[in-house]
Design a protein around this ligand. Structure first.
Ligand code: F6R
Length: 234
């Protein structure tokens, strides 16, 4: 595991975008696993800028996102589909049909989980970008008794609902369920890139240097052969 410390959010974002950009340059038809949340916003802005300058070409890239809230359609500004469209996809030359997220509004959620698991496994993720929750979650794999293996629907932890409520008018508006890649789904990615700000220092330390336990889901990354962690000190 490589751990790189940067002085600021901007520097972290530039380096993260540089690594993702290098992946796209080396393999123009690569599969990128993507995340939402505050952490990758700067990275996506850098990627959009490089694409606008003609330095990156996403025309053959496929993307798979980690997760989606249940019950929010893609045109809802709080949905992760909307986030990805506005923060990245609408700003780069990617084909919309090559951008994949779980369908949080599927009538048969079990069938949707299986569909998404097969899709991700079939594509094969070259590089998976991750953020980390204050409780150590990755995707929406919350602390639990076991590591959930495949794509599944999940009840969000109260701490996650509280953390994510900053983006909603009222905490009651935050969906309580989501659909997420499992830990096994994430671990199949060839390379993993995790970014975190200083507010995550304590949980990153536990995840990277503490015991591997489903109580700290990100700790499983210690078992992956190719993980890069970029931390920002400010
Ligand atoms: C988002 C996701 C989550 C976030 C995590 C950190 O798709 O899967 O695990 O990465 O909650 O969120 P931020 O970056 O907002 O602190």
């Amino acid at each position: 595991m490589r751990i790189i410390e940067k002085n600021s959010y901007e520097e972290m974002s530039e380096l993260c975008a540089g690594i993702i950009g290098a992946q796209v340059l080396m393999k123009p038809d690569c599969v990128l696993g993507l995340a939402t949340g505050s952490s990758p916003i700067g990275t996506y802005a850098c990627l959009a800028e490089q694409c606008a300058k003609g330095l990156l070409d996403f025309s053959q890239v496929q993307t798979v996102n980690l997760d989606e809230y249940c019950g929010l359609p893609g045109d809802n500004p709080q949905s992760y589909r909307y986030f990805m469209d506005t923060q990245l996809f609408n700003k780069i030359n990617i084909e919309k049909e090559n951008t994949h997220l779980p369908d949080g509004c599927a009538a048969d959620m079990q069938a949707e989980c299986l569909r998404y698991e097969k899709l991700v496994a079939g594509l094969g993720v070259d590089l998976q970008l991750l953020g980390i929750g204050h409780n150590g979650h990755i995707g929406f794999n919350e602390p639990a008794e076991d590591f959930p293996v495949i794509v599944h629907s999940v009840k969000l932890a109260e701490s996650t609902i509280q953390a994510n409520s900053r983006l909603f008018d009222r905490v009651e508006d935050v969906p309580t369920q989501a659909v997420t890649m499992g830990i096994g789904t994430i671990m199949k990615a060839k390379k993993i890139l995790l970014i975190a700000g200083p507010d995550k220092a304590e949980i990153v330390e536990r995840a990277m240097r503490g015991a591997v336990t489903p109580q700290v889901p990100a700790s499983v990354l210690q078992l992956h052969p190719d993980v890069t962690v970029i931390l920002s000190k400010a």
